[in-house]
Design a protein around this ligand. Structure first.
Ligand code: UTP
Length: 293
């Protein structure tokens, strides 16, 4: 089985649910505690052993490229001031030279189109896809768990992280149909993007982490539009499933949809409560706020 070396991060969405914060700043740079959302997701990919980080960007997203670059003057200042911990933190959070690539989607035609824009950078090898809206909290991270499962499969298949939602919420998501179980994974029997209420094949949602085979690109190249008039990744995956296996993987840990306000605020609370340097004081502040309500 070919190893997964590359990860794609589609960051070309408009982030309209966070206006006006996202008027001039990408939503991926909103912070969960003290790290941008995109940093949390890149960290998850680095932990899983990913060697090359491909960002599909759009207008107003140049700051993401700057974020993953060395800040020579800042580092020199930190060194002069003896701020060793901050310096180490900056160095730790940076992929190495030549490990990042950036390409433009040009127009936000849908997630499927954003993934297709990465085709030349990915080439003819399987790859990971991480939607930066979803921030996961667990050790090991979701992608590492998925890669371990992928390594145990006896065929070059596709793997999608899934999680449960209440039945009445399925219309908001991509939903999978559930077949034969294989450890923590199962064979996917079907997929549907944002099914009409009452028609979903299960309550398991596609939750923003994928391992995909490169054959997905030729299907995305047809630029067929689906739900919401967008070029949907789910539709191309459904067609790929006619020839290749797809597995769903129940990941361990919490997930936060940072593309919406409640998910984003919950992520901040949960990550702050998990930080030994912040949690004791924050717990008291949070309690006071809740009691004063
Ligand atoms: P969303 O559906 O959350 O869209 O995209 P959005 O535009 O980012 O956010 P809202 O709804 O306007 O608030 C899911 C993921 O797919 C990427 C987004 O950046 C996000 O990571 N995406 C979506 C693209 O890169 N390009 C697109 O054309 C659409």
């Amino acid at each position: 089985m070919k190893p997964i070396r590359k990860a794609v991060f589609p960051v070309a969405g408009l982030g309209t649910r966070f206006l006006p914060a996202t008027k001039a700043m990408p939503k991926e740079m909103l912070t969960v505690v003290d790290r941008p959302v995109i940093q949390h997701v890149v960290d998850e990919a680095r932990e899983a052993g990913i060697e090359h980080f491909i960002f599909v960007t759009g207008r107003n997203k140049a700051v993401i490229e700057d974020h993953f670059d060395k800040q020579v003057e800042l580092e020199a200042t930190l060194e002069r001031r003896g701020k060793d911990a901050e310096l180490a933190e900056l160095e730790d959070s940076l992929p190495g030279p030549g490990q990042t690539s950036f390409t433009r989607q040009q127009a936000p035609l849908g997630l499927g189109h954003a993934v297709w824009c990465a085709r030349e950078l990915v080439g003819n090898e399987p790859f990971a896809l991480l939607l930066p809206d979803m921030v996961m909290q667990d050790e090991p991270g979701c992608l590492k768990q998925m890669l371990d499962t992928y390594a145990g499969l006896d065929e070059p298949a596709n793997v999608i992280a899934v999680e449960q939602v209440p039945e009445d919420q399925t219309f908001r998501y991509g939903i999978v149909g559930v077949g034969e179980e294989v450890g923590r994974a199962f064979r996917i029997t079907g997929m549907v993007e944002k099914p009409a209420p009452g028609t979903a094949p299960s309550n398991l949602i596609i939750s923003g982490r994928y391992i995909l085979q490169p054959e997905i690109f030729s299907l995305l190249a047809e630029h067929q539009t689906g739900a919401g008039g967008e070029i949907q990744l789910t539709d191309a995956m459904l067609r790929l499933a006619e020839n290749q296996s797809f597995y769903g993987y129940h990941f361990r840990g919490k997930s936060f949809d940072c593309g919406n306000k409640i998910g984003f605020l919950s992520a901040n609370v949960s990550f702050a409560l998990a930080r030994p340097d912040i949690a004791p004081e924050f717990r008291v502040a949070l309690k006071e706020l809740l009691e004063a309500e």
